[in-house]
Design a protein. Structure first.
Length: 87
């Protein structure tokens, strides 16, 4: 696996967080298949619906939440993964 940080402790912490986040999304996907698709609302996953009530409810907010996720992914892909110039 690729090294994310030069510090071993920070790298291990980042990989641990990524692993548990991945497992969390897998569990939510199974719950969505069994119960309701609304558990996949990104605003609810981040508990933003506690700050702004109603943000985790409805199909429109579900679609908006995943549009925000897609926008963050596009930002990360376009701006954070560009090859760096090495002299």
């Amino acid at each position: 696996m690729r090294i994310l940080f030069s510090n071993r402790y920070a790298d291990a912490l980042a990989k641990t967080i990524l692993f548990f986040g991945f497992v969390h999304l897998i569990v939510l996907t199974f719950l969505a298949c069994r119960e309701s698709i609304y558990v996949l609302n990104a605003f609810s996953i981040l508990n933003l619906d506690l700050v702004i009530p109603g943000l985790g409810d409805g199909v429109v907010n579900l679609v908006i939440s995943w549009c925000v996720v897609l926008a963050v992914y596009c930002f990360a892909y376009l701006y954070r993964t560009r090859p760096t110039k090495r002299d």
